[in-house]
Ligand binder design. Structure first.
Ligand code: BES
Ligand code: ZN
Length: 455
């Protein structure tokens, strides 16, 4: 049977696959940093050339910023078409000091490959390229039609991709998108992810006088922007963990009973979770478990805060400006634009007199929920079982992948979210890693998926 040959090809080429992944990871394709624009393009070319070496027609599509890589093989008319999405750009590696080995020098320790982009998303994306290679070399084609769309701006908001998908719906037409940019439930417990959170991200500037003032001379008579900012931020969430923006929960789809029952069955220990993080207590919205809070309830977090003096020793300043970055993770069916309106109304209402506020909205994303009772999801579950040797659990994630909502909106299809990572892979942080065993299992599952989707 052809599958056995594909599987043998994968076994025989494990070492080379690892070397190729390392070569891709050595290219510091940091999309946020213009100094790395040439590297980012090099990574795009490397992905394109890798697809071409497998016998596929692949091209770079130029954009206002980083190029897209596109390839397609449509030799199975009548069979489903899948669109494999991934990203070749990475987050900045800074701070460098905590890295045990240089971020762009892939290093193996304990069976893990350590490097920026190892799991997010070069290593995971590459599994689909190697799965495709195996089919092309063994069978000169796939059991289904396949399109690849690999972008270079995921970590900076994906603006070029958004434009391209909106303009190219016919070219990208497919039955399912396939994305490996999430995690397994735990080591040995692979997963099919059926829900992601959305995001509404804001930056707030608060200004007062036209200059910094002495807090003795002026304090008490002039509003302090930092105090005002603290009041505004404190008003967002109550002591019960509930968000206090009026109307915020109106569109929230409650967790279904079957989900709460399934989550409760998963081998998750709140005590171990707390011990690992070394926090004095877990905290979140009342009446929900940790997994429910992490995966299916909206949240609000402050990410950065500035203003006044934070150097050594005291300085009695009444600062003239202050600012903060904060965001809400959204759940189905919250709409980022509606949330923005509600947050603006809330801030207008709670801002104390004597200061001006200016709220900037950064790129948002809707949450997604995929119906698990579709042939695609069932095929994905079978493929993951073959690749990982264990039945996957169905889980949701707290992270966001804006392209999933975009694909649903513009192409009308769901994404199969097949993550090969682990929750402790340190994506976006120092010492990012990806298990090499999971890399190979992921390749096998990705290859098997093309077979299962054809049935
Ligand atoms: N791969 C992550 C998304 C992710 C994180 C999925 C954790 C599952 C668990 C992705 O690259 C990412 O970092 N997304 C951003 C999106 C944002 C910049 C719009 C996120 O979730 O913060
Ligand atoms: Zn990321």
């Amino acid at each position: 049977m052809i599958w056995n040959e594909v599987d043998r090809y994968l076994e025989a080429n494990r070492a080379r696959f690892e070397e190729e992944l390392k070569a891709l990871i050595r290219i510091p394709s940091v999309s946020a940093q213009p100094d790395h624009d040439a590297d980012t393009r090099k990574a795009a070319e490397a992905v394109r050339d890798n697809l071409i070496a497998s016998g596929l027609k692949a091209e770079l599509i130029e954009t206002a910023r980083h190029p897209l890589v596109y390839a397609e093989w449509l030799g199975m008319p009548g069979k489903p078409t899948i669109l494999v999405y991934g990203h070749y750009d990475v987050q900045p590696p800074e701070p460098l000091e905590p890295w045990l080995s240089p971020p762009f020098e892939p290093t193996i320790r304990n069976g893990n490959l350590y490097a920026r982009g190892a799991t997010d998303d070069k290593g995971q994306m590459f599994t689909h390229l190697k799965a495709a290679e195996a089919w092309m070399k063994v069978a000169a084609g796939f059991p289904v039609n396949v399109k690849f769309l690999i972008e270079g701006e995921e970590e900076v908001g994906g603006h070029s991709l958004e434009k391209f998908v909106a303009e190219s719906a016919a070219k990208l037409a497919c039955d399912y998108a396939v994305i490996s940019d999430t995690s397994q439930f735990a080591p040995g417990i692979p997963a099919v992810t059926y829900g992601l959170k959305g995001l509404a991200y804001f930056e707030l500037a608060v200004t007062g006088a036209d200059r910094d003032l002495h807090s003795g001379t002026y304090g008490g008579a002039v509003a302090n922007p930092l105090n005002a900012l603290a009041e505004i931020l404190a008003s967002l969430k109550g002591p019960d963990g509930r968000i206090q923006v009026a109307g915020f929960y109106d569109q929230v789809l409650p967790l279904e009973d079957w989900e709460r029952a399934e989550f409760a069955k998963l081998p998750f220990s709140e005590a171990d979770f707390q011990a690992d993080l070394k926090v004095p207590a877990l905290f979140g919205e009342a009446d929900y478990t940790t997994l429910e809070r992490k995966w299916a309830r909206p949240t609000c977090d402050v990410h950065g805060l500035w203003g006044g003096y934070s150097g050594p020793g005291p300085k009695t300043v009444l600062p003239c400006k202050a600012g903060a970055k904060f965001s809400f993770r959204l759940v189905p069916n919250q709409d980022p634009a509606t949330i923005e309106r509600l947050v603006r109304e809330h801030i207008t209402r709670v801002t104390p007199p004597g200061v001006r506020v200016d709220l900037i909205t950064h790129h948002g994303a809707p949450a997604v929920l995929v119906d698990v009772n579709t042939p695609g999801v069932q095929a994905a579950a079978r493929a993951v079982e073959v690749g990982f040797g264990a039945r996957p659990v169905f889980m949701r994630e707290g992270g966001s992948i804006p392209v999933v909502g975009l694909i649903k909106e513009k192409l009308g299809v769901d994404a199969l979210l097949l993550g090969w990572g682990q929750t402790d892979d340190n994506l976006h942080g120092p010492n990012e890693k990806f298990s090499l065993a999971d890399f190979h299992r992921g390749i096998k599952a990705a290859a098997r998926l093309l077979y299962e989707l054809a049935i």
